[in-house]
Design a protein around this ligand. Sequence first.
Ligand code: MLC
Ligand code: AMP
Length: 492
Amino acid sequence: MWLDRWSSDPQRTVVWDSHDGWVTGAQLSERAQDVARRLAGVGIVPGDRVLMSGPSSARLVAAHAALMGMGAVVVPLNGAFRADEVRGVVADCCPTAALVEGVGSSGEWEQWIASADPAVLVGDFDVADLESGAADADLDLLAEARLRQPADPALIGYTSGTTGRPKGAVLSHANLLASVRALELAWRWTHDDVLVLTLPLFHMHGLGVGVHGTLTVGARAVLQPSFEPDAVFDAIAEHQATLFFGVPTMYSRLVDSRRAAELSALRLCVSGSAPMPAELHDAVREASGQHVIERYGMTETVMLVSNPYDEPRRAGTVGFPLPGVEVRLDAVPATDQASADEATEILVRGPNVFSGYWERPDANAQSFTDGWFRTGDLGQWDDGYLQIVGRAKELIICGGFNVYPREVEEVIASHPDVIECAVCGEPDPEWGEVVVAYVVAERDFGNDELKDFVGERLAYYKRPRRTHRIAALPRNALGKVRRHELAAETGR
Ligand code: MLC
Ligand code: AMP
């Protein structure tokens, strides 16, 4: 669909980045064809998994379109991942190639990926590095793309999961398309829209919503590789932008800027990936007149629920199920009762919902009930609006990035002076939640020591901001750590 659009209106601009300026459909299409021919030339075939990571750019978008068009399965990864995190994903989905730019430092990623068995080919978004020695294959991307079936896998999104072992959510072309079509309707997204996109392109919010929505609707996007409030305001003015999508931490920073009123030029602001406090909704509205639409989604499902475009948008809720999406509430399975009490879990079904995790029959059996996906989020209805009231899964969301306590606990427990530890999320006005470590240890730790220890082994956003030494971990009768009682152990 993207390729058709680019060839039918080749001179129309599609994405902007600071290196190339506005890039047209013809240019994107030509780049995507080049990339696809070179990848086919080195033997990449439909169904092959290909890792993709790097700063946002038009080149990334073209590479992504090339991979999707030729039937490869894109595996987006955070460039901040450390060796074991990269190896975990590589071992799970066995990619044949990796397109990476500016990730890790001094070629770390290449080493980690190269240590994979069988070897993974590593190139940049132009695949220039893969060119030598291999003849370009004869490939017409548009024709190839038409051979793809809607149910073919298009993308695998990794989540760490409660066991610490990475799980890859396999999304089909049909899943991805269904979600952006629902957003097109719900948010009145048209080809006249210009989105300022500062979200990273290795998660659903930036990629599955921002990029896929823009390309599918035939709209335009200004890509920025990092979030800087002034750059957002400059882009709104320079490109007559109409849309901004962000996580609550971004809105908190925008509203703190003396230029916050400049958000008023936009048609629509959308927030998601983490709960947006009602006070922040109010602050954005007071500063700019914008009434942010809060919506709810997941890697496994792309977008699920959104506050309405026309009817009242309610702070503290995520709104109504998107077109095609069904939502129901169900008792939390007995094993999770300790953390969930009386609350009900959100279950979802629809054409956007993935069919399962990559080669994980165990996780798949637990995640679905009669064809409904169990989100692990706790919810309730409020006058038809869905409220997210907590989580049955052990997850910390910090600045919109997900941190699974178990993964951080395993790293901290490997420290020679730590006897045992527990990690939890504590409320924070800027980040939503921050990661805090509680350790039973041979000695005291300063805050930076375990932060640095974790940072050497896991991506930076998983580092604990604070460390508390306590005498013993609070446990229930079954031996399970009572995370909600941890703070009390420090006497606060
Ligand atoms: C930065 N830091 C973080 C962090 N981001 N720590 C924890 N959590 C985070 N999210 C660290 C930095 O390393 C630094 O540490 C310190 O915090 C200050 O950094 P900063 O310069 O202020 O941060 P910045 O680079 O501006 O990043 C903030 C941010 C970023 C909000 C722009 O976190 C971000 O892009 N978040 C969006 C994540 C996202 O796309 N989520 C969507 C998931 S999809 P030090 O020690 O060096 O000072 C999904 C589905 C759905 O959830 O529903 O959408
Ligand atoms: P991810 O696994 O990165 O896709 O994160 C998905 C999770 O983010 C969901 O299961 C929710 O817990 C959370 N989430 C996304 N949007 C919202 C929102 N608007 N409010 C509360 N939580 C949200």
